[in-house]
Design a binder for this molecule. Structure first.
Ligand SMILES: Nc1ncnc2c1ncn2[C@@H]1O[C@H](COP(=O)(O)OP(=O)(O)O)[C@@H](O)[C@H]1O
Ligand SMILES: [Mg+2]
Length: 255
């Protein structure tokens, strides 16, 4: 289980997370929705110790992430695949080399590494691209390689940061299918950070909306789709944040 407990994080005067609490249960895919710049990526980075909370804590399998030593962090990171928004592939390395990189820290034989790379690329339908360089691939293909790199670790968790942002609808649908397949085939627990509603509805078991540094509402997809919370409603209906603000103020005034 991944558990955020009252996490607060600010950068100078910019308060980003302000009492962020959320439990992600084993086997589920949790979607975190939110306007851009609200701290979705910041939240994900806390899970793998790329950022530390000012207060509160993030726990992965009951371990407090910011208390882990270097070895503990390495161990944690081999259990958590991270699909970065930018794909974050190394341009000077082939697809195979990119996939092998994350595996080097796990004590595997050459044969095991070869098998892992081949199986991961097959799972994302990218066989045949082993010796290609990222620059030779389309955005959607790079995204798939990013997913394959995460899968190759055989992680318990995969974090997807805006997996469909910037992709055309057809490619987005492919990526959504891959996330579902990954979960079905490998049984991984997923967190998907996105503002793509179609993707959220398709891949999520539960949806949590991040708003003003904390979770505004969390629940099963169907419950969130029918929500009467004005802030969440505005987001789902595709209205800008300013409108949600005004509505939220009105909502408070009526209570
Ligand atoms: N390393 C950092 N240093 C300073 N500010 C940061 C850093 N990372 C993120 N921020 C700020 O935190 C806020 C939330 O960013 P982010 O989590 O990337 O938003 P998003 O929800 O779009 O993923 C933004 O205002 C961003 O500028
Ligand atoms: Mg982000």
């Amino acid at each position: 289980m991944i558990s955020f407990k009252d996490v607060k994080k600010r950068f100078d005067s910019n308060v980003v997370l302000d009492g962020f609490s959320l439990d992600v249960h084993d086997g589920e895919t949790m979607v975190i929705l939110g306007y851009s710049g609200t701290g979705k990526s910041v939240a994900l980075k806390h899970i793998v110790g790329l950022l530390e909370p000012d207060s509160g804590q993030v726990e992965v399998d009951e371990q407090i992430v910011h208390m882990l030593d270097r070895d503990g962090l390495t161990q944690l990171r081999s259990n958590v695949g991270y699909v970065f928004q930018s794909s974050a592939l190394f341009d000077s390395m082939t697809v195979t080399e990119n996939l092998k990189l994350g595996l080097k820290r796990q004590r595997l034989s050459d044969a095991e590494i070869r098998d892992r790379v081949a199986a991961s690329l097959a799972l994302v339908d990218m066989e045949g691209t082993e010796d290609r360089f990222p620059a030779e691939l389309s955005g959607g293909m790079r995204k798939r390689v990013g997913i394959a790199r995460a899968i190759a670790l055989h992680p318990r968790y995969i974090l997807y940061d805006e997996p469909t942002t910037g992709l055309d609808p057809v490619t987005s649908a492919v990526i959504n299918q891959l996330m579902i397949r990954t979960r079905e085939k490998l049984g991984v627990t997923g967190i998907v950070v996105t503002h793509d509603l179609e993707s959220a509805y398709m891949v999520g078991d539960r949806i949590a909306m991040l708003y003003h540094g904390r979770i505004r509402q969390v629940g099963p997809v169907e419950e969130i789709r029918r929500t009467h919370d004005p802030v969440v409603r505005q987001f789902l209906d595709g209205r800008p944040e300013a409108a949600a603000e005004a509505d939220s103020g009105m909502f408070r005034a009526f209570r």
